[in-house]
Design a protein around this ligand. Structure first.
Ligand code: IPE
Ligand code: IPE
Ligand code: MG
Length: 255
């Protein structure tokens, strides 16, 4: 096991991380908000509130440490199946946080992109999300993708329908469809596939996240609930990542 040194307070990359071997794209399944609150005898919504604070810090951490892209799972296509009060709370929270943070994100050079089927979201939230995307579209410090009403199967289906439409129009022959044709219609396009996937709260499953894009991603599961996932936890995940040998089905690549 690696010894984890406390991250530097200055926001600099911790000295035991190799800047040349950082993941360019980190994906995160932010899980465990509800259990974090329940463990304290509190209502689940307090866990969601605290989870937002953890996320805020991880976005800044990516910027400070030089991780170019961060994609987080905020609300899945299956999360509509939760009690209506929790769903409504989450929608209100997303709006509140966006309103509070947008100015900072713009100033800090964060490019914000929402990915998923945004049509079923409340109209006012959707409009605000669209505004936030255009306000940050030219920012380059870090690409921050938020998966909202996102499902990996739904995303693939959506891409297949778009490609099938091109076939119907006679633009493309079915037998000539390439992986590239399909990936161009994924919500993550043109961000390259994640190098590292982090899931908090110890669960060993993908829960319908980035099913296509995770084909060769390194997986890391943290044992803490998402609201407790701080820079030290992120540091530990990156240290683990830097010990991995990525082979992509081949033999060891020269480092
Ligand atoms: C993740 O935390 C946040 C969302 C799914 C919106 P959970 O709400 O899934 O928390 P647990 O897993 O029930 O503890
Ligand atoms: C995945 O967490 C979705 C998000 C983090 C938004 P869930 O809590 O919904 O996943 P399951 O139900 O444990 O698989
Ligand atoms: Mg959960």
């Amino acid at each position: 096991m690696n010894t984890v040194h406390p991250p530097s307070a200055s926001g600099q990359l911790p000295p035991d991380l190799d800047p040349r071997r950082l993941p360019a794209h980190v994906a995160v399944i932010m899980d465990g908000n509800g259990r974090w609150a329940e463990e304290r005898g509190w209502p689940r919504f307090l866990g969601h509130r605290q989870g937002v604070e953890a996320l805020n810090d991880i976005v800044r951490c990516c910027k400070d440490w030089g991780v170019a892209a961060l994609t987080v799972y905020a609300f899945s296509t299956e999360n509509w199946g939760r009690p209506v009060q929790e769903v409504n709370f989450l929608m209100t929270l997303f709006h509140e946080v966006l309103e509070r943070e947008l100015r900072n994100l713009v100033a800090e050079g964060v490019q914000l992109r929402f990915m998923g089927d945004l049509a079923p979201l409340p109209k006012t939230l959707r409009h605000f999300m669209e505004e936030a995307m255009s306000a940050t579209a030219h920012n380059q410090a870090v690409h921050f993708n938020v998966a909202m009403n996102y499902g990996g199967r739904q995303e693939i289906l959506h891409a297949v329908q778009a490609v099938a439409h091109r076939v119907e129009q006679g633009e493309l022959k079915a037998a000539a469809i390439t992986e590239q044709d399909l990936t161009e219609h994924l919500y993550t396009h043109p961000t390259p596939d994640p190098d590292l996937l982090i899931r908090s709260s110890g669960e060993l499953r993908l829960s319908n996240f980035l099913l296509w894009q995770l084909a060769y991603t390194e997986l890391y599961v943290a044992d803490v609930f998402w609201p407790d996932f701080d820079r030290a936890c992120f540091h530990k995940a990156l240290l683990h990542y830097q010990t991995r040998k990525r082979r992509f089905g081949r033999l060891d690549l020269p480092t």
